[in-house]
Design a protein around this ligand. Structure first.
Ligand code: NAP
Length: 309
């Protein structure tokens, strides 16, 4: 039986693993389908303290994993399919395998939000993507007009990155001001290759009939006018949805699926703790996720110590 099982290997999960390992709890960490979490889809992380020149997102996560493993954390490639939290120890099903654990730290992160268009789904991986750093360099996007949807830091980062490949990058945002941090917004809007398209939403990705992206249909929300913009790629960067569906009805969460922590990182189920983007829709930073991962491991350690007193 495990003392501590951790779901997720993003900043929260791996920092929880580091602290739990150093507390000699020999944690088991499940990667889920995206080892390293969302940060592995980022290029340079410029705001993680300790790296004044910035650090590649993948490298940062590999370093975190190495550091946790150095103290005894065990990383297992696997996806949690079911969790029975109604009995102790908790019973987890991971890729068909049953396992038991005394405590659980949920650090399952969040996934990319979709626009919710049928044409978007049909053209995914045929020009529609959610990650510029993963797909931006593909030949089909080279020297072509590209569309980024969104107005936050992610959209700005994607748009800036794509200027290396596209002939022009249209930044389609539903309002007329960016939500992104000032520095990112300024950098993005100052770029000669980036053209903002304000007050507009994508109503259709074209062209399903041709089975590839040829452009987008846009609607201006102020004038209600529709237009078509030619593009070879659509990069959707409109935020995230917490990966908490598995715990619905068992762990308290808000209407958007973010887990609601009680005291510290505790949830409504004693022995289950939460950390990172699956419970934080306010800060959502690598460093805050890491901090919460640390807190969850300390809370789990104290919970186990109190039980065994
Ligand atoms: P975000 O800040 O939530 O921004 C999402 C953007 O998408 C908003 O501009 C929103 O519009 C728009 N949007 C949401 N739903 C939409 C829809 N259905 N259709 C059209 N547009 C839609 O998400 P994010 O940019 O992914 O950033 C998440 C967090 O990560 C933030 O805290 C951010 O600071 C951080 N981050 C930091 C960095 C960095 O520092 N290097 C990079 C990436 C992300 P509205 O503005 O109208 O709501």
């Amino acid at each position: 039986m495990e003392k501590v099982a951790i779901i997720g290997t993003g900043c929260a999960g791996l920092t929880a693993a580091l602290y739990a390992a150093r507390a000699k709890l020999n944690p088991l960490v499940l990667t889920g389908i995206m080892p390293g979490g969302l940060l592995t889809t980022t290029s340079i992380v410029e705001n993680y303290p300790g790296f004044p020149e910035g650090i590649d997102g993948c490298e940062l996560m590999q370093r975190m994993q190495k550091q946790a493993e150095r103290f005894g954390a065990r990383i297992k490639f696997g996806t949690l399919e079911a969790a029975d939290l109604s009995r102790e120890p908790f019973v987890l099903t991971v890729d068909g395998e049953r396992m038991e654990t005394e405590t659980l730290i949920i650090a399952s992160g969040a996934s990319h939000r979709h626009l919710g268009l049928e044409s978007e789904d049909l053209l995914e991986r045929k020009g529609v993507t959610y990650c510029a750093t993963c797909d931006g360099a593909l030949p089909l996007f080279r020297d072509q007009p590209l569309v980024v949807v969104g107005g936050g830091d992610s959209a700005c980062e994607e748009a800036t990155y794509l200027t290396r490949f596209g002939s022009v990058v249209y930044l389609v945002h539903r309002r007329d001001t960016l939500r992104a941090s000032k520095i990112m917004a300024q950098r993005t809007l100052a770029h000669a290759k980036i053209q903002p398209i304000w007050d507009s939403v994508v109503t259709e990705v074209l062209d399903v009939k041709q089975d590839k992206v040829t452009g987008v249909r846009l609607k201006n929300l102020r004038t209600q006018k529709e237009s078509v913009l030619a593009a070879a790629g659509v990069f959707v960067a409109i935020g995230h949805i917490p990966n908490t569906q598995l715990f619905k009805g068992v762990i308290d969460m808000d209407a958007n699926g973010y887990i609601i922590p009680r005291q510290g990182t505790m949830t409504n189920v004693p022995g289950v703790f939460v950390a990172g983007d699956c419970s934080d829709h306010v800060y959502r930073q690598a460093v805050t996720a890491a901090g919460l991962g640390c807190a969850a491991a300390i809370d789990a350690e104290r919970y186990l110590a109190a039980r065994n007193e």
